[in-house]
Design a protein around this ligand. Structure first.
Ligand code: ADP
Ligand code: MG
Length: 731
């Protein structure tokens, strides 16, 4: 902070807000030098903008106030100067359309000066608003191509950054993308609205407890751990299924894969570690604070975890991370595969969505503190989350639904499709106390004696972890573990923010009503406890600390009335209920039409992905596996004939041939089945989703079974594509 600078404090608070925990150790020189150097963040703005203009930016970020045209002009010029100093030639409004990916359309920063020369220019209006057309993105009926206007609007809360390659550098300005009548066409707009909703309701709770002093806003925080596979580039391109679908549609599990757990947390292969170092350096340059890297369970599988940040920025950073991951992998001869289940039979990839609520002053509102039983404010936030997840478990399930994530959920490696909450011993005990109406103890973890004088005594957490839970409390945050590795995290966090805002609203209203005006602290305590007791009574069915993989849980969950929506086709209808429509409308996150458009987009994506897979599979079956099998059959037949010609008994060989011929016929039949069921019925989108689930997916599974069986029978030399043992081994 600069002393005497009226905005010093604001910068301190806002930069903390922009990057809540990006406290990179300055002794870490190299990182310190490159960290954020391609990011036009508040610090750079403070250095480059006149005081008044800078004040206006801070105002915009903190209080959503509108920027004047003059200020926009000054900011745009400063941003442009900074960008061209760093080699940028183009700029783009960078946004997150409903594809779940990011979008960019580059415009040159160079314009004619009117005297036969050129100048670098970025006008205020170019900064604030764009009209990229972009009419080919999915809009779920929100806009037809003949009324194609779409606008991008600058999100001043997320810093602009420069994406660079060998001979290019592009200034990327984070924006929201909306239609001509202001309907959200992207993932960012609803997220920002959900953060506002959460802010408003959480502030009411702070007011109730008198802890709102100095707090300007409350928002959610997010740290999303990303799992991914690295596949050797040459092998990857020899597999049409990986190229067009991102996963193997055929492939027998090799004898040795992950059974020995020898890959998990294993020593990182040097080529991979080299890639990780460059990947991370690139992220630091873009201001994405990453912290953890390791080998994951499956061979060829890895993970990267960032430091958490405020959700809007964390979501932008997550999108940058996925993009950078793919780009840098290529330089090392890898393809980064983000699909949820690239390989059958070994673990798939997810994204652990670590979420919490924090004030702009940096207080984590889901931190239970030492004497938790005295921390009524924490209990209030906790109970709000419990209530939200119980009421909207089906919505959360629908939020993470996709054709690719269907392969992973419930497959004994990822949480089941039933949404429940894990709280651990300490909080479960606390919840029981709340239900009884009196909280008097906090279970402590104590110390662990390791039985050796040379080892330190370890502080033990008050509860163990539960890796099987889809929504687990992990010390001072909740972790939604069911998000798919390809997914954009903006949508799940939009949903969590919204449903928690609804419960905070419910609880705050109850408390405020019962408390009356000017209550004493004693009265407040009494009222809060009553309200929380009722919430726990009504919603504790969502809490489950046991093994989510166990079959008994399915029955138990059914008894508790918790939905078990196994596939995307089962889950998506949850987005169309009155309950869901009204929560989005009430908190102004999505209008009925905006929600409807999303349902349409998700359903279309599911159907299209499965249709592409079916087509790809039939084609590989027909043009790769069948010919290889026929060659093998001919070799067998020639051997039988030659053996018989030599007057030797060929019974065993002949039986082998007959069995093989049967398999080849079966392969051909199943290819035809897939070809036939590919035709979609005229039943509307939801009907088509069900058709995919009931007809196409089973036909593909049957084709895969015979294809994989043949892989283990056909001469290896004849097999037309790299097999798992090759794909999963990096040299
Ligand atoms: P793991 O769950 O794998 O043991 P950690 O507990 O270290 O890992 O945290 C995982 C992720 O959770 C990291 O990205 C971290 O930044 C994030 N995280 C930690 N605290 C918070 C918080 N208050 N809000 C959101 N994310 C958080
Ligand atoms: Mg985790």
């Amino acid at each position: 902070m600069v002393t005497g600078d009226p905005h010093g404090e604001a910068v301190a608070a806002s930069s903390r807000w922009q990057s809540l925990s990006a406290g990179i150790d300055s002794s870490h020189r190299k990182i310190d030098e490159i960290y954020g150097c391609d990011v036009f963040d508040l610090r750079k703005m403070r250095d480059r903008l006149p005081k008044n203009t800078f004040g206006a930016v801070v105002e915009t970020i903190e209080n959503n106030s509108k920027l004047s045209t003059d200020d926009a002009e000054v900011i745009a010029t400063a941003m442009k100067d900074w960008a061209i100093e760093r080699g940028a030639t183009h700029y783009t409004h960078w946004f997150q359309p409903m594809t779940g990916l990011t979008a960019e359309k580059h415009d040159s920063l160079v314009t004619p000066d009117g005297n036969g020369g050129v100048v670098y220019r970025l006008s205020g209006s170019n900064l604030i608003q764009g009209e990229p057309d972009a009419s080919s993105f999915p809009s779920g009926g929100l806009r037809a191509t003949f009324e194609a206007r779409g606008y991008t609007a600058w999100d001043a809360t997320s810093p602009a950054f420069i994406v660079r390659g060998n001979n290019y550098a592009t200034l990327c300005i984070p924006t929201a993308f909306v239609s001509w009548n202001g309907e959200a066409l992207d993932k960012k707009t609803p997220l920002l609205r959900s953060i506002d909703a959460l802010d408003k309701q959480a502030m009411r709770i702070l007011k109730i407890f008198g802890t709102d002093e100095g707090v300007k806003s409350v928002g959610s925080t997010l740290g999303a751990e990303q799992e991914y596979f690295l596949i050797d580039r040459n092998l990857y391109f020899a597999r049409p299924d990986l190229v067009s679908c991102g996963r193997t549609l055929f492939g027998a599990v090799p004898p040795k894969h992950q059974q020995l757990d020898d890959h998990y947390f294993g020593s990182i292969p040097p080529r991979v570690n080299g890639f990780m170092a460059e990947f991370e350096e690139e992220l630091f340059r873009l201001g994405v604070p990453v912290q953890t890297r390791h080998n994951e369970v499956a061979p060829g599988q890895y993970e990267i975890a960032p430091l958490f940040e405020s959700t809007n920025i964390a979501c932008d950073h997550q999108a940058i991370l996925m993009d950078t991951l793919k780009k840098v992998a290529g330089r090392f001869g890898f393809v980064a595969c983000l699909h949820e289940k690239p390989f059958a039979g070994v673990n798939g990839s997810g994204k652990h969505n670590n979420w919490s609520i924090a004030t702009d002053t940096g207080v984590n509102l889901l931190d239970p503190q030492d004497e938790t039983h005295t921390n009524t404010q924490f209990m209030t936030f906790l109970c709000s989350v419990i209530r939200a997840v119980h009421i909207h478990g089906d919505l959360l399930r629908a939020t993470i639904a996709s054709a690719s994530n269907d392969h992973r959920l419930g497959a004994n490696e990822a949480p089941p499709a039933i949404i429940s909450i894990f709280l651990g011993d300490m909080l479960t005990d606390l919840i029981e106390q709340i239900e009884e109406g009196k909280t008097s103890r906090t279970i402590k973890g104590g110390e662990l004696d390791l039985g050796s004088r040379t080892l330190p005594a370890l502080k033990r957490d008050s509860g163990d972890r539960n890796r099987t839970s889809p929504f687990a409390f992990t010390g001072n945050k909740f972790e939604l573990r069911a998000v798919g590795s390809t997914a954009s995290v903006s949508w799940p966090n939009t949903v969590i923010n919204t449903i928690v805002a609804e419960s905070l609203d419910f609880i705050a209203t109850r408390i405020e009503e019962a408390m009356g005006k000017a209550p004493t602290p004693g009265k407040r305590e009494e009222v809060v406890r009553k309200v929380l007791r009722d919430v726990v009574r009504e919603h504790k069915a969502i809490i489950f600390n046991g093994d989510n993989y166990a079959d008994e849980w399915q029955e138990e969950a059914h008894r508790r009335g918790l939905p078990n929506l196994r596939s995307t086709a089962d889950a998506l209808p949850a987005l169309q209920t009155t309950k869901v429509k009204s929560v989005f409308r009430k908190y102004k996150v999505l209008s009925k039409t905006e929600l409807g458009s999303r349902v349409e987009i998700f359903a279309e994506k599911y159907i299209t992905e499965i249709s592409i897979e079916a087509q790809q599979m039939a084609s590989m079956g027909r043009t790769m596996i069948l010919p290889a099998a026929i060659k093998h059959q001919r070799n067998l037949a020639e051997t039988v004939a030659a053996t018989e010609g030599a007057g030797v008994d060929s019974t065993v060989l002949r039986t082998e041939l007959e069995l093989f011929v049967e398999m080849v016929c079966l392969l051909k039949d199943r290819i035809e089945d897939v070809e036939q069921v590919r035709e979609l019925p005229e039943t509307g989108l939801m009907g088509q989703c069900e058709y995919c689930r009931d007809r196409i997916v089973p036909a593909m599974e049957a084709l895969r079974a015979i294809g994989d069986e043949l892989e283990s029978q056909v001469e290896a030399e004849l097999w037309p594509m790299p097999v798992y043992s090759q794909l999963l081994t990096l040299r």
